[in-house]
Design a protein around this ligand. Structure first.
Ligand code: NAP
Length: 332
C-alpha cells in the first residue's frame, strides 16, 4: 500500500513509499483511508520522526475493510472517522489500523473530506469543555461566559459551536477580518483581537470577567492576561505545552481559579478505563452533524493525498494563519 513518509529534516521533506498492508487483530479495525485532515500536531511530531519510520496523520475518514477478532461495536463496510493514537502509525497511508474504541461512525450526509475535518478537534474540544471544565452540555451553565483564545483555528471552530450548543455566551479571539467573520458565522457572540490587550476589549463589551477560558493557542503568551480576566472561582483549560515555567500563584491563587489540562492523546496513550469515551464522543458528534446542529469546519480542500499537497498543508499550518481545517481527499 502507499504511504507518505516525512523525514526528520530542517525543511519539510516527504516521499511516497510502498509498505506492507497491515492486518487487524484484537480490537483493531483496518480502515481504507479516504480523506485526511492536517493538524499542528503533525508538524510537532514531524521533527521527531526517526528510525521508527513512523507515518504521520491524526485525522481520517474511511471505510472498515477488516476487523480484529475482538471487535464488537463496528462492522466491515462501516464508514468511520477517528483521530487515532498519536503513538501509532497514522493516516497518511492508504490503510490504517485503529482501535475501535477510538472510532466513530461518520455522518452519511457529508463527504469524506468534510468528515476528516472533524475528529481530532471535536474530541479535544468536547473533552476540554465537558470533561475538563465540566461545563454542562445540557444547558446547566447557560448564560455563563467562555473566552476562546484562537477562535478561527481548527480547535476554536469546534469549540465555539459546542459551547453555543451548551448555552454559553462565547467571546472568541481572531486577528483578521476573515478569521473574525468565520468565528461569527460559527456562532461566536463577540470577537476580540488577540493582538491587543484582552481586558479593555472585554470591558468595552460590558464583560468584567469571564467564567471560563479555553486557551486554544499560546499558553505562555496569554498567561498573565488570563489571570486578569478570569472570574473569581473561574476555570481555565490549556491545550498547548507552555514555553517555560508558569507562575501558578498571584491572581490565579487569589481568585481560586481551576486550571486544567486537556490532551486528547491521554486516553489512548494510557489506555485509561474510559478510553472508549472517544468513540462515544464521535458518535455524539455524528448525531449533532446529522441533525443539523453542528457544522463541519473545512477551511480548504488541498487536493488529493500526495506528497506535494501534504507538504503544502504542513507549510500552511506552520504559518499559524489557517482558518478552520485543511483536508485532502482521495489518492492519486
Ligand atoms: N492538547 C491537545 O490535545 C491539542 C489538540 C488539538 C490542538 N492542540 C494544539 O492547539 C493549538 C491550536 O490548534 P488548532 O488546530 O486550532 O491550530 P490552527 O488551526 O493552526 O490555528 C490557526 C489559528 O490560530 C490563530 N492564531 C494565530 N496566532 C495566534 C495567537 N497568537 N493567539 C491566538 N490565536 C492565534 C489564527 O487566527 P488569526 O488568523 O485570527 O490570528 C488561526 O486562525 C496547536 O498548538 C495544537 O497543537 C492541542
Amino acid at each position: 500500500m502507499k504511504a507518505i513518509q516525512f523525514k526528520a529534516a530542517d525543511s519539510i521533506v516527504a516521499e511516497m513509499i510502498e509498505i506492507e498492508k497491515p492486518s487487524a487483530k484484537g480490537r483493531d479495525v483496518l480502515v481504507r483511508v479516504d480523506a485526511i485532515a492536517m493538524n499542528p500536531v503533525d508538524t510537532k511530531v514531524r521533527p521527531k520522526v526517526g528510525d521508527d519510520d513512523r507515518i504521520l496523520g491524526f485525522d481520517a475518514a474511511g471505510t472498515i475493510v477488516e476487523c480484529g477478532e475482538l471487535v464488537d461495536r463496528l462492522e466491515l463496510g462501516d464508514m468511520v472517522y477517528y483521530s487515532g493514537n498519536i503513538q501509532r502509525s497514522g493516516s497518511n497511508a492508504e490503510f490504517q489500523l485503529v482501535d475501535e474504541r477510538l472510532v466513530g461512525r461518520r455522518p452519511g450526509s457529508i463527504s469524506p473530506a468534510q468528515a476528516a475535518s472533524v475528529p481530532l478537534t471535536a474530541v479535544t474540544a468536547w473533552e476540554a469543555l465537558f470533561d475538563r471544565l465540566l461545563i454542562d452540555r445540557n444547558g446547566g451553565n447557560s448564560g455563563q461566559t467562555l473566552l476562546i483564545i484562537g477562535g478561527a483555528g481548527g480547535m476554536g471552530s469546534m469549540g465555539i459551536q459546542l459551547a453555543k450548543l451548551a448555552g454559553l455566551t462565547v467571546v472568541a479571539t481572531a486577528s483578521r477580518e476573515e478569521s473574525s467573520a468565520w468565528c461569527r458565522e460559527l456562532g461566536a457572540d463577540h470577537v476580540i483581537d488577540h493582538r491587543d490587550p484582552l481586558l479593555p476589549q472585554l470591558q468595552q463589551l460590558g464583560v468584567e470577567a469571564v467564567d471560563y477560558i479555553a486557551n486554544f493557542n499560546n499558553t505562555s503568551a496569554y498567561w498573565e492576561a488570563m489571570g486578569e480576566i478570569v472570574a473569581p472561582q473561574g476555570k481555565v483549560v490549556l491545550i498547548v505545552e507552555p514555553e517555560g515555567a508558569l507562575q501558578l500563584g498571584g491572581a490565579f491563587k487569589s481568585k481560586s481559579v481551576t486550571i486544567v489540562w486537556e490532551f486528547m492523546a491521554t486516553r489512548p496513550i494510557f489506555n485509561t478505563p474510559d478510553v472508549g469515551r472517544q468513540a462515544w464522543i464521535l458518535d455524539q458528534i455524528t448525531e449533532l452533524i446529522e441533525s443539523g446542529n453542528l457544522r463541519t469546519t473545512v477551511g480548504e480542500v488541498m487536493g488529493t493525498i500526495n506528497v506535494e499537497n501534504l507538504v503544502a498543508a504542513h507549510q500552511a499550518i506552520e504559518s499559524g494563519r489557517t482558518i478552520g481545517k485543511l483536508v485532502l481527499e482521495g489518492w492519486d
